[in-house]
Design a protein around this ligand. Structure first.
Ligand code: SF4
Length: 63
């Protein structure tokens, strides 16, 4: 799977980081960083939770 984030839409509220800290990190510069662009399948549930948690629908999973 591949993580695609629309950084234009993202408002850096870190809700995705709360759901999947292995994959998403909002840093002190107030920007979101995708730590792992192609996460292992074992992280899918967490990434899906991050997709659901994002109020901006800024995260997509491509298989
Ligand atoms: S939950 Fe959505 S809006 Fe918030 S930091 Fe993550 S991608 Fe950006």
């Amino acid at each position: 799977m591949r993580i695609v984030v629309d950084f234009e839409t993202c408002e850096s509220n870190a809700l995705c980081m709360a759901a999947a800290p292995e994959v998403f990190e909002v840093r002190d510069d107030d920007k979101l960083y995708v730590l792992v662009e192609n996460p292992d399948e074992e992280l899918r549930a967490k990434v899906e939770a991050a997709v659901r948690a994002c109020p901006k629908q800024a995260i997509k999973i491509e298989d």
